[in-house]
Design a protein around this ligand. Structure first.
Ligand code: NIG
Ligand code: ZN
Length: 411
């Protein structure tokens, strides 16, 4: 199947194949071609360039993108899309003055989601999750990481991971599974995080690894959840099973989680709303991608990750949704890009780099996704007619997506 997109007003994120991420001042640069074409063969990008150099091609399908912008699909490297029910009532409680921390301390929060998920059948969990996945695909997400972590028993965690696997089997987008082994301390452990980590290590990890249900391992390293010692212990053990760390750190407090991530060769450290200079220092000379989740800051009214400071330090930044029922009930990457420009002062170029090529890096798929390169998956967004790409973050309330292609097929 050959698909040709012609008369593209501007083709964004055109890169050399050896660029796996962009850092520091480079993040302000978004390479583009104006008045371009892109050719897709058997689901992969097979050529692109200026319209004036378009070779003669017998295409099966021609899409005229006059006035429209074309870019690689969003790469959402941090989500909890697989969950049951919702936490609308906690949201209303927060509107009425309760804090996220107070709700969690009184048995709500993650434990509330775990209770609902444990009582939900695998079929129903799949149904609810597939609906959310379909929604984000239409919003231009072409690759997505999905975490477990709302199970908190081995049976429920495996149920979540099997649902992620089934989504991967049934949908064309790239899905990466993360075993979020330590998301909250289950009630029956009476606040004893060490005892839970010990059980995860001796009872859960070997099963998850044997079933080959996850590529990444995650832990919520945070005051009141899991300590730096818990984190180090878990990540060290996970290494023996070839599970790469991608961890939740510094959402509310800076307790050394960033350093723990870097020391354990984490692919990414995510959240980072509260960052100190030592944290930034430890990220330098590491391969760990800092990931910011601006919609979480928006929804919880907590500080925004100081991404400009990270970039000024020469570091890369990726943006993701954090789609989950408690802190971010939105999986809209377009909204993430807007919010990052509006509230974190990223330029449109920085935000688009963070949500595409750097997002791909943050889930280990930089060789195949995240930029317009010959041979990469043809996961592509065609916008509606817009004046320029700056209009994407500017018109924050409009759905500006016209067409989404996954592996070269319109979805
Ligand atoms: N911070 C930890 N986990 C999720 C939210 C969990 C919840 O409230 O359900 C997050 O990334 O924000
Ligand atoms: Zn999260």
């Amino acid at each position: 199947m050959i698909t040709l997109i012609i008369n593209i007003k501007e083709l964004l994120q055109v890169r050399a194949s050896n660029i796996s991420k962009v850092s520091g001042a480079e993040m302000k640069i978004l390479p583009t071609i104006k008045n371009a074409f892109i050719l897709i063969k058997d689901g992969r990008i097979s050529d692109f360039g200026l319209m004036e150099s378009l070779p003669k091609i017998n295409a099966d399908k021609i899409i005229d993108a006059t006035g429209k912008i074309v870019l690689p699909s969003w790469c959402d490297s941090h989500t909890h899309i697989v969950y049951a029910g919702n936490r609308e009532q906690e949201f209303v409680a927060r509107v009425n003055g309760a804090t996220y921390e107070e709700i969690a301390a009184s048995g709500g929060g993650i434990l509330n989601s775990a209770k609902t998920l444990q009582a939900t059948s695998e079929e129903e969990l799949y149904k609810q999750s597939a609906k959310r996945l379909e929604e984000v695909i239409q919003l231009g997400t072409g690759a997505v990481e999905i975490k477990s972590g709302y199970g908190l028993t081995i049976e429920a965690e495996l149920k979540m991971l099997r649902v992620i696997q089934k989504l991967n089997d049934n949908y064309p987008v790239e899905i990466k599974a993360t075993y979020l082994a330590a998301h909250a301390i289950p009630k029956n452990y009476n606040g004893n995080s060490e005892a839970y980590i010990d059980d995860v290590i001796s009872k859960f990890l070997p099963v998850v690894a044997k079933e080959k249900l996850a590529e990444f391992i995650d832990v919520f390293c945070e005051t009141g959840y899991f300590s730096v010692d818990d984190t180090n212990k878990l990540l060290k053990e996970a290494k023996a099973y070839n599970l790469t760390p991608k961890i939740h750190v510094n959402q509310f407090t800076a307790i050394g989680g960033v350093q723990a991530g870097v020391n354990n060769n984490a692919l990414s450290v995510d959240h980072l709303e509260i960052l100190n200079d030592e944290d930034i220092q430890s990220l330098k000379n590491s391969k760990t991608m800092p990931v910011a989740l601006p919609l979480c800051s928006h929804f919880l009214s907590i500080p925004y990750t100081p991404v400009k400071k990270l970039i000024a330090s020469g570091l890369p930044v990726a943006l993701a949704t954090d789609y989950n029922p408690g802190s971010t009930p939105s999986g809209n990457m377009n909204q993430v890009v807007s919010e990052a420009c509006i509230k974190m002062n990223l330029t449109p170029e920085e935000a688009i780099n963070a949500a595409t090529i750097n997002g791909a890096y943050a889930m280990g798929i930089q060789e195949t996704h995240g930029s317009i390169v010959i041979g990469k998956h043809a996961n592509i967004i065609i916008t509606k007619e817009i004046p320029s790409y700056g209009f994407l973050p500017y018109a924050f309330g409009s759905n500006l997506i016209d067409t989404v292609l996954v592996n070269g097929v319109i979805v």
